[in-house]
Write a protein that binds this ligand. Structure first.
Ligand SMILES: Cc1cc2nc3c(=O)[nH]c(=O)nc-3n(C[C@H](O)[C@H](O)[C@H](O)COP(=O)(O)OP(=O)(O)OC[C@H]3O[C@@H](n4cnc5c(N)ncnc54)[C@H](O)[C@@H]3O)c2cc1C
Length: 425
């Protein structure tokens, strides 16, 4: 038995390996990682880890370990660090690494994640122009901001704004430059995004929306950013957070279908080879929670739950559709926003609660039904939303919520049976 080979040891790959064992899989498991360090979590990189590094806390790495290092051996998972896979021979069912090793497989799991998208022009070859994806990026940003008083963040997505929040709190003068009309336009309602942006501005962060940058120029170690209209700077550091690109070239090269991600069916198997699966940031899959025919999601919940799903498929030999509600979170300006479901631009949004009190939810309705909920200071709403939205066929009607004063807890008896009268966090 050749066993299961997993390419990529981020949240998705590591979860797949541990879940295979939890599901009783007895075959060999090989987890191949391009990175040199044992698998780690990415969300803290732009939040607590960055803040801890800036405070020079020596135990900051404790914040990001994904699993205890010893647990891989304990679970008989062969973790091979520094082993980028360069080729998949699907005919021979074998992968090859750049280090000259080959590993045969019965099942192959592609969990190659994503990488930071670059800007559409040449940027200075300076350590002071940084992308944000890895722990090295976080460490470099922390080191470079130790004496950097002025920072520009190019891209107003979650990662860029989280970093802006940490650096502004540490005393840096931060400007965020976003090409779209509104930062966080992808994946967050206008109401919630505006609320957070007002908090950033109140803390001294300058947010420039609808501003497309055309060049970054370095002069004597300081950087100036040119836009269509004017310039920003000079600044000491530019953090570029303009989204990610899926690592799907390996799959494409081996003849698998790719389209902004590795295309899989509803059971997360690649469309051209039932022995090959794709999970996490690199996978494009059909989701009943989105209007589009397929989506690629970038979240820890998506990566770990997809890992669990295919581990069960491989271990038990059963094939079933992956239909888990997507949920996310972000932390900015000392606030935590929790999101259940996927907010889409055409959704009708209704606010429940009082933004003035710093506790409210945004209810997003699609085709007359509740499709997504964002909550700030209302963890109970988030927990309820995850139950209410879990099955798209049962999404509550707008009229029902209107009748309940848009109070999710008024619907709880409908979704939580007295026998299991609990909600998870
Ligand atoms: C700074 C930051 C903050 C974030 N914050 C949040 C958050 O608050 N909440 C949230 O839900 N999500 C957050 N995310 C997103 C989340 O971290 C990702 O969705 C998640 O890491 C995806 O896991 P993954 O395993 O699919 O991919 P990755 O974490 O990208 O892991 C893929 C791994 O595969 C390796 N690899 C690639 N190609 C090969 C190859 N050919 N051979 C071997 N190995 C290979 C890569 O080096 C990498 O180690 C954040 C991301 C970043 C960067």
């Amino acid at each position: 038995m050749a066993g299961t080979v997993i390419v990529g040891a981020g949240h998705a790959g590591a979860q797949t390996a541990f879940s295979l064992r939890a599901e009783g899989y007895r075959g060999p498991i090989t987890l191949l990682s391009a990175e040199e360090r044992s698998p780690y979590q990415r969300p803290p990189l732009s939040k607590g880890y960055l803040a801890a590094l800036r405070r020079r806390e020596t135990d900051a790495d404790d914040l990001i370990n994904l699993h205890p290092v010893a647990s891989y051996a304990e679970q008989d998972i062969a973790l091979r660090l520094g082993s980028p896979v360069s080729e998949i021979d699907r005919h021979a069912r074998r992968v090859h690494t750049t280090t000259g090793k080959a590993y045969g497989y019965d099942h192959l799991v592609l969990a190659t994640g994503a990488r930071a998208r670059t800007l559409p022009f040449t940027t200075p070859r300076s350590e002071r122009v940084r992308f944000f994806r890895t722990r090295h990026d976080a460490a470099a940003i922390a080191a470079l901001t130790a004496d950097a008083s002025r920072v520009a963040v190019v891209g107003g997505g979650f990662v860029g704004l989280e970093a802006a929040s940490v650096l502004a709190a540490a005393g840096a003068e931060v400007t965020v430059i976003e090409a779209a009309a509104r930062p966080m336009g992808r994946g967050m309602s206008p109401v919630m995004a505006e609320y957070l942006l007002a908090r950033h501005r109140a803390r001294g962060v300058e947010v420039r929306a609808a501003t497309r940058i055309s060049a970054i120029v370095e002069d004597g170690g300081r950087l100036t950013i040119a836009t269509g209209q004017d310039t920003t700077g000079p600044v000491d550091l530019v953090i570029v957070g303009v989204g990610v690109l899926p690592n799907d070239e390996l799959a494409q090269k081996s003849g698998l279908e790719t389209q902004d991600g590795i295309v899989v069916d509803s059971s997360l198997r690649t469309t051209r080879d039932p022995r090959v699966y794709a999970v996490g940031d690199c996978a494009r899959f059909p989701s009943p929670f989105a209007s589009a025919a397929s989506v690629r999601l970038e979240s820890v919940q998506n990566a770990t739950e997809q890992g669990r799903h295919i581990a069960k498929s491989i271990a038990t030999g059963t094939v079933s559709a992956y239909e888990r509600l997507p949920w996310f979170w972000t932390e900015q300006c000392g606030l935590r926003v929790q999101m259940a479901g996927l907010v889409e631009p055409a959704d009708e949004c209704v606010v429940s609660g009082d933004p003035g009190q710093g506790a409210f939810s945004v209810l997003a309705f699609r085709d007359g039904r509740l499709a997504a909920v964002e909550s700030l200071g209302r963890p109970r709403d988030h927990a309820l939303a995850r139950r209410l939205l879990a099955d798209p066929a049962g999404w509550p009607e707008h009229g029902v919520l209107h009748g309940a004063g848009y109070d999710l807890s008024a619907l709880r008896t409908a979704v939580i049976s007295p026998a299991t009268n609990t909600v998870d966090g």
